[in-house]
Design a protein around this ligand. Structure first.
Ligand SMILES: Cc1ncc(COP(=O)(O)O)c(C=O)c1O
Length: 420
């Protein structure tokens, strides 16, 4: 880990796993010994040069790191304001940032003598990444996925199966990411003797949020170096990430938390509207509560049960955020914005056509916000966006459900070309 990041990252969490008033371990006592074993193994390995070397080898070989940062030249010219840069996490092997912590968990499992990895997945990106890491390291893999997402993200289900993973459909409640997490956790409790829970985001009880953040911090470390070198030693003015549990956001923010002048933006899904059940904008509408073993901010019904959530991006359909994100929000370090489904779809078409990049619907939230921000800021400013994943998984869904929007977007382009 890079030296200049240590002042912030080593301060949190405290010994009990808290980030300010958030975090901790609120899972049943029977699981505590397994989590303590995970924490002590991780802390010992984190500082071992052998472990870091092994991780680096996989990052370069299997994953294809470092991913580049790129100026979105066409979008910047179209908007005419601040320059928009993207960190191309979509170019990771398996197509998203999730593999950054999956390879870490796979290495940890090997060190702990576990033979199996278990996890939940929303859009399927984490599931595919984990299945790939498991195959690479010769481990078994079991992925829990909401039944709705099994249907919607069918290509990712096929990929997981091809990679040797068993896919379990979660059919309770909304049959989405929260239910997949419940189901994966139950499976982990039963199999903890020989399995490791490779959680999909910077959520869950201590030590998961810390481990995921640390493995994801490679994104922010690289991006900081690359941005400085592309921009004559100047830092970005704004850093933007979409937000569900917070793995891509924490990864990206990790490079800039100590730079007080860099404004950090988290972009939440406003879904169909701001009505309860129509969105998944946790920091915008949630309140303190406990979810998946940690205290954090949670979208809740009046009786305190997790609220129904909705977004066109399966990977953002989650009623909570990781505890560190909740603390940074409490401290005023993160600025929160929301983007509704229709703008997400419009951005999917826009970036595909103007940049030659098909972004994941999750990442389109960050891109949509960045484009609006750029229009309001001067050309001297720079905005760095975490382009967390690629949108191949979304193509079938978008084209079959938003054909009218697609036709309209073609008319806009035809109009623009005619006026040239
Ligand atoms: C491409 C992509 N970006 C972002 C997310 C949101 O997760 P997180 O907040 O943990 O980064 C997901 C989740 O599936 C995803 O697949």
């Amino acid at each position: 880990m890079q030296r200049e990041l240590l002042p912030y990252l080593s301060k949190f969490p405290n010994r009990e796993g808290y980030y300010g008033r958030f975090g901790g371990n609120h899972y049943p006592r029977e699981v505590w010994p397994a989590l303590e074993e995970l924490e002590s193994t991780y802390r010992a390995l984190r500082d071992s040069s052998d472990f870091q070397l092994a991780l680096e080898k996989v990052r370069i070989g299997l994953q294809g790191r470092p991913t580049p940062i790129q100026l979105l030249e066409n979008s910047t010219n179209e908007v005419g304001g601040a320059r928009i840069f993207v960190k191309r996490e979509d170019l990771n092997h398996t197509g998203a940032h999730k593999i950054n912590h999956c390879v870490g968990f796979a290495l940890l499992a090997r060190q702990m003598g576990k033979r199996k990895l278990i996890a939940e997945t929303g859009a399927g990106q984490h599931g595919v990444a984990l299945a790939s890491a498991a195959a690479y390291f010769g481990l078994e893999c079991e992925i829990h996925m909401g039944a709705i997402d099994v249907e919607k993200q069918n290509s990712n289900v096929g990929r997981m199966r091809l990679l040797g993973a068993r896919v379990v459909a979660a059919t309770a409640g909304q049959s989405a990411l929260k239910e997949a997490s419940d189901s994966a956790f139950n499976a982990y409790v039963e199999q903890r003797e020989y399995a490791l829970y490779a959680i999909g985001s910077a959520i869950g009880p201590h030590p998961f949020p810390m481990i995921v953040r640390d493995f994801q911090s490679v994104v922010g470390q690289e991006a900081r170096r690359q941005y400085l070198s592309l921009n004559g030693g100047v830092l970005p003015d704004h850093v933007v990430a979409c937000l569900a549990g917070g793995s891509n956001a924490m990864g990206m923010y990790s490079g800039f938390l100590d730079d007080a002048d860099v404004i950090l933006h988290a972009v939440e899904p406003l879904g169909k509207s701001g009505e309860v059940g129509q969105h998944a904008a946790t920091l915008s509408f949630g309140r303190p509560g406990t979810l998946h073993g940690a205290q954090s901010i949670v979208l809740q019904q009046e009786d305190g049960a997790p609220a129904q959530v909705s977004s066109v991006a399966s990977g953002l359909v989650y009623p909570g955020v990781g505890p560190e994100i909740a603390m940074l929000h409490d401290l005023g370090r993160i600025h929160v914005a929301t983007v509704p489904n229709d703008e997400v779809i419009a951005t999917f078409f826009r970036i595909s056509r103007s940049e030659g990049i098909i972004p994941a619907l999750e990442s389109c939230h960050a891109l949509a916000f960045a484009i609006k921000l750029a229009a309001r800021r001067p050309s001297t400013e720079g905005i760095l966006v975490n382009l967390s994943g690629r949108g191949d998984k979304d193509v079938d869904y978008v084209l079959s459900n938003h054909a009218d929007d697609f036709d309209r977007s073609l008319e806009v382009v035809a109009g623009q070309q005619a006026s040239l």
